[in-house]
Design a protein around this ligand. Structure first.
Ligand code: ADX
Length: 202
């Protein structure tokens, strides 16, 4: 057999379909400033208290490493979401609890992320619902101000689309709920779906 024939290419290498049961991805979607990261960091430690190891895949962080160099065109955002979805699916396979938080403005890309994760575990979509007016009022990173001045092109909610999820697993009313209330509702949903135990066994 020639060397050419025996070479094993990574993409041809059969992947094991073994998995550790119980893995899930909690996928936050919503405008910048809708509270995705804030709530992720309230919910995450509570999940860990119940047992699973948590991994965070936050858009802002991912964009400095895994998605470094990607911009905000539809193509680049879709690429970013595909990468996050892929990593989430690999970790979900190992039984971990993944908390992904990226604007993820396009429904089709979110569906693809769901599909790849569901090959190995559960996907829960949490829609952080906030109006552009409220997000602009909060403007913690002062990005809306710049976008409105025309200094940031393609800014989601200002001059770029956000496709609202039609059937999220959970919709959070980010304008009228406190982050603690929202976090409690998310934890309750995870308990209801048997993804975390309702009581902590020490
Ligand atoms: S996504 O669309 O690809 O899902 P992601 O969540 O990773 O976006 O990154 C969004 C973050 O990038 C925002 O919270 C904001 O800090 C920053 N950002 C910079 N430019 C833009 C832009 N044009 N639109 C939205 N967010 C932007």
């Amino acid at each position: 057999m020639s060397q050419e024939q025996t070479r094993i290419y990574a993409h041809e290498h059969p992947e094991s379909d073994r998995r550790r049961e119980g893995g899930f991805t909690l996928w936050f979607t919503g405008l910048s400033g809708s509270g995705k990261t804030t709530i992720a960091h309230i919910v995450g430690p509570e999940i860990e208290r119940r047992g699973p190891i948590v991994e965070y895949l936050d858009g802002d962080t991912v964009r400095t490493l895994l998605s470094k160099g990607l911009g905000f065109s539809k193509e680049d955002r879709d690429e970013n979401i595909e990468r996050i979805g892929w990593v989430a699916s690999r970790l979900t396979r190992h039984g971990a609890a993944i908390i992904a938080s990226a604007i993820s403005p396009y429904a089709e890309a979110r569906t693809r992320a769901r599909q790849i994760v569901e090959e190995f575990g559960t996907f829960i979509e949490v829609f952080m619902d906030v109006s552009v007016e409220e997000a602009t009022r909060r403007d913690t990173k002062r990005l809306y101000e710049k976008a409105l001045l025309g200094e940031i092109p393609n800014f989601t909610g200002v001059n770029d689309p956000y496709e609202r999820p039609e059937q999220p697993d959970l919709r959070i009313d980010s304008e009228n709920e406190t982050p603690e209330e929202s976090a409690r509702r998310i934890i309750a949903l995870l308990e209801e779906r048997n993804l975390i135990p309702a009581t902590v066994t020490v």
